[in-house]
Design a binder for this molecule. Structure first.
Ligand code: GDP
Length: 265
């Protein structure tokens, strides 16, 4: 199999000096010190696991003989989806937001997992199901475009409404660009269905600190004022530098009920 990239494992991150380590594991907190004094930072640290929880979560994402992590199947319709036997999370976002890169980063300690991408225009868009041992399933939803075909919208809507084992939806937003019109449409859909979701800001290595801070504050404000179902803390990730990936693994483990306790840092 492929070798996993540097910093894919916590053991590698722990060798870094302290400030670099914080930037990789808790990228949102890293921004805190650049905020105006007096800014309320409660929303920066709602989910703030300690090392033990991060390590337990990482173990779930590391495959071995007794703990296989596999691509299960693809589906274009709900009746083709695998039985809803395990707690499930799904990842959605517009095309090019960095969804396949992020899923690849999450599964980098299971290098045998193949992340399929069907990007060719006109190619049938499918939901891809991955099974993480006996613990949870992760679904890669097809990327949506500005003018998503009706059958695609219907598939996603049916999935979100009918999938009773769905514990959390991860809505990916480009950290460089911020919320776009298509993202607002996704938010409206999630809000209308009353589905719990989380916003994940991608490609943060590409945004300057100032731009990232501006996008974070704007999106936080939007979430606070306009949403009911969105977790108030944003998750920031870079699939290139691996920042935020360990924390996201831990949050996935937590929302799927696979971390009995998350003791604070
Ligand atoms: P998808 O269409 O949402 O699956 O997006 P991809 O994962 O294919 O990413 C789209 C483009 O953004 C590709 O050129 C990736 O190399 C790039 N990309 C994705 N994630 C990151 C990231 O974290 N940092 C940087 N710098 N580029 C990224």
């Amino acid at each position: 199999g492929r070798a996993s990239p540097p910093l894919a494992a916590l053991s590698q991150v722990l060798r870094l000096e302290r400030s670099r380590r914080t930037a990789i594991v808790f990228p949102l907190q890293k921004l805190e010190r650049y905020l105006a004094p007096g800014t309320d930072t409660a929303r920066f640290r709602l989910f703030q696991p300690g090392l033990a929880a991060l390590q337990r979560a990482e173990a779930l994402f590391r495959s071995d003989r007794g703990h296989p992590i596999d691509y299960v199947s693809s589906a274009v319709r709900m009746d083709h989806a695998p039985p809803p036997a395990l707690p499930e999370v799904c990842f959605i976002g517009r095309s090019n937001v960095g969804k396949s890169s992020l899923i690849r980063a999450l599964f980098s300690l299971a290098p045998e997992v193949e992340i399929r991408v069907s990007k060719t225009p006109g190619h049938t868009k499918k939901m891809n199901f991955f099974k993480v041992g006996k613990y949870f399933t992760l679904v890669d939803m097809p990327g949506y475009g500005y003018r998503a075909p009706q059958d695609f919208v219907e598939m996603v809507e049916a999935y979100l409404q009918e999938r009773h084992n769905l514990k959390r939806t991860f809505l990916l937003v480009d950290g460089v660009i911020g919320l776009q019109k298509t993202d607002h449409i996704a938010v409206e859909m999630l809000e209308e269905f009353g589905i719990p979701y989380v916003m994940v800001l991608t490609k943060i290595d590409r945004a300057s600190r100032g731009l990232l801070l501006k996008n974070v504050l704007e999106i936080q404000e939007f979430v606070k004022e306009n949403t009911q179902g969105c977790f108030p803390q944003l998750f920031l990730v870079s699939s290139v530098e691996f920042s935020g990936v360990h924390l996201l693994r831990c949050f996935v483990a937590h929302v799927t009920g696979n971390l009995p306790t998350v003791e604070a840092r």
